[in-house]
Design a protein around this ligand. Structure first.
Ligand SMILES: Nc1nc2c(c(=O)[nH]1)N[C@H]1C(S)=C(S)[C@@H](COP(=O)(O)O)O[C@H]1N2
Ligand SMILES: [Mo]
Length: 199
């Protein structure tokens, strides 16, 4: 049996290896929005997935909340260099929302109630790695952080996690969203430091 240094392993269980290059830890939760915070009541809230054939799949708040949900605990990384570890959310997996939807789409555009857009490959929102999140830290998600519900795609830079999300457009090719048209990287992997186009 190998004898390993306790110190080394203790460190590995901590923050080491969990902060991507060029990022630093934060314990607060900064608010980053391109414009004013839209106020969307759950009575009015709806979420639509539009397929490449123009088929619409729509959920109101009650219908969405009746779906099975998960409580992911994940690390998040903002391109402005803050990272936050072990954030606790509750949300419906995108796998659940896409279940039964007939599509051959390769990419998706997420749209927010504020007009924000961001693009993602379909593969990144499948496989239990993306959620429609409606709780943070055990409480309803506050409007400044994208409530009533936002996208949560923690393995990519946080600009991909569209706040106040109300529509996903499934596409047969890639198209840039708001920040991607303004110089941000198309894919945005924090571990590869894909911050800007050309990174
Ligand atoms: N609808 C919408 N979603 C958005 C944004 C936005 O301006 N509008 N900003 C993005 C950016 S750049 C980041 S870093 C995160 C910030 O989320 P937070 O304000 O909850 O920290 O939301 C992302 N999602
Ligand atoms: Mo960001």
């Amino acid at each position: 049996m190998a004898i390993v240094s306790k110190g080394f392993h203790g460190k590995r269980r901590g923050n080491d290896g969990r902060i991507p290059p060029g990022q630093h830890l934060t314990t607060d939760f900064p608010v980053l929005s391109a414009g004013p915070t839209p106020r969307v009541s759950t009575d009015r809230w709806e979420f639509t997935i539009v397929t490449e054939m123009g088929e619409k799949h729509r959920w109101n708040w009650q219908q969405m909340r009746a779906l099975p949900n998960d409580k992911p605990m994940v690390d998040i990384h903002c391109v402005t260099t803050w990272s936050k570890l072990d954030t606790r959310w509750r949300g419906v997996s995108l796998d659940t929302l896409l279940d039964g939807i007939d599509t051959a789409a390769t990419h998706v555009m997420a749209h927010g109630y504020d007009g924000y857009t961001t693009n993602l490959p379909m593969s990144e929102i499948r496989g239990g790695r993306a959620w429609l999140a409606f709780e943070f830290g055990g409480k309803p998600l506050g409007p400044e952080h994208g409530g009533p519900a936002r996208l949560l795609v923690p393995h990519l830079y946080f600009w991909k996690s569209a706040k106040w999300v109300n529509k996903l457009t499934l596409m047969m090719r890639d198209e840039p969203g708001f920040w991607e048209r303004n110089g941000y990287h198309d894919y945005g992997d924090p571990w590869q430091e894909q911050r800007y186009q050309g990174d």
